[in-house]
Design a binder for this molecule. Structure first.
Ligand SMILES: [Zn+2]
Ligand SMILES: [Zn+2]
Length: 374
């Protein structure tokens, strides 16, 4: 079968950044050297562009897992242009399709079922599918994203060439800054994001579901600003967190959370804990069943399976009871807080009325006494 035509622009971008990062940067470093400011600029721009993808493109716009103040949206839109991963419209349309049709050979744009290379970069090098923005009608009503999409090329040039050049002028070494904060930063930013589509579907554990190829992987989480908990993410995509435990390395989650203290983010969505727990129990049940089935079938195999089944059902029942009671307790607590507040409000108005009454009564007494004396 004939392969679809090559997308020359993408091939050129990946080749130029790849050559710059792998050949020009080491050569320049050895012959001229880089200073601390250049490394710092590289690190800051790398983090800014990556977080704009993870917190902005991914969790805010593709999944709507929280709401963001326009100021923060502008910051992410510019950071998205800096990351050179296409406009948020294209990115989110592809990503929503990836979730909807995960692992499907044709419908998932970067399907892991087509191999590691295809899901990492291959899918961007040829016209495998034509652009389809039918699933981002909601994002089309966002003026910031419409602006970013319309002026994407200009913004990209300004952010990727203009910004490092400006920093280079300030630093006194334009080429060094352009190579480090431009070339190497772009190369690293691209590949760590691409790891989510490739490695995070091949390497790691599956504690929540085996219905798709997505995996949880701590090393990838460190490299990708917290996006490595991909097994959880594919099952609970509307959760603003990817790493749900406090010890899970998820700087994107921390950023979204801390921005909510400054009122820059709001309506952070999380999945009910009982659903998460249930998914984990179901997965363990499935693994245990598989283990029993793999063993040599003996007389007590059926007995083992029946025991597993009944214990699992009992556990689910207890899980439901516990969470129901917990919800009830939380409701009561909320009501108690509301009652306390209402009591305080009533006491204040009661005090106010009492004071008004006392004054009025004093006046009344004065008036009637005066009339008696007259
Ligand atoms: Zn995925
Ligand atoms: Zn996603």
């Amino acid at each position: 079968m004939q392969k679809p035509p090559i997308i020359w622009t993408n091939l050129a971008v990946f080749s130029v950044t790849g050559l710059a990062a792998l050949i020009l940067v080491p050569w320049y470093g050895l012959s001229h050297g880089f200073d601390g400011w250049q490394w710092l600029a590289m690190l800051i721009l790398f983090s800014y562009s990556c977080l704009s993808i993870t917190a902005g493109y991914h969790r805010l716009w593709a999944h709507k897992s929280y709401a963001a103040h326009p100021l923060l949206q502008w910051i992410f839109a510019l950071g998205g242009a800096l990351s050179l991963q296409n406009s948020a419209y294209h990115w989110c349309a592809d990503h929503r399709r990836h979730h909807r049709h995960v692992d499907h050979t044709d419908k998932d744009p970067y399907s892991a079922s087509r191999g590691l290379w295809f899901s990492h970069m291959g899918w961007m090098l040829r016209h495998y599918s034509s652009p389809d923005d039918s699933n981002i009608a909601d994002l089309k009503r966002n003026n910031i994203l419409a602006f970013q999409h319309k002026h994407y090329l200009l913004l990209t040039v300004l952010m990727n060439a203009g910004l490092p050049l400006l920093l280079g002028l300030w630093n006194g070494d334009m080429w060094g800054m352009l190579l480090l904060a431009g070339g190497l930063r772009l190369f690293l930013g691209h590949h760590v994001t691409f790891f989510i589509n490739s490695l995070a579907h091949f390497w790691g554990r599956q504690p929540y579901t085996s219905k798709n190829s997505a995996r949880d992987n701590d090393i990838l989480a460190v490299l990708t600003f917290g996006e490595g908990y991909h097994n959880f993410h594919h099952l609970f995509e509307f959760d603003y967190r990817n790493g749900i435990r406090w010890w899970h390395y998820d700087p994107t989650k921390w950023l979204i959370r801390s921005m909510s203290w400054l009122k820059l983010t709001s309506r952070l969505r999380t999945c009910p804990p009982e659903r998460i727990e249930q998914a984990q129990l179901e997965r363990r049940f499935e693994l245990a069943r598989q283990k029993i089935m793999k063993r040599q079938q003996t007389a007590d195999t059926e007995q083992w399976l029946a025991l597993l089944q009944s214990e699992y059902e009992r556990l689910l029942l207890q899980l439901r009871n516990y969470y129901q009671m917990r919800k009830h307790l939380l409701d009561i607590k909320k009501k108690a807080v509301r009652c306390k507040y209402e009591e305080l409000r009533l006491r204040l108005s009661c005090d106010e009325l009492k004071a008004a009454f006392t004054i009025q009564r004093r006046n009344w007494l004065k008036l009637t006494t005066r009339l008696e004396l007259a």
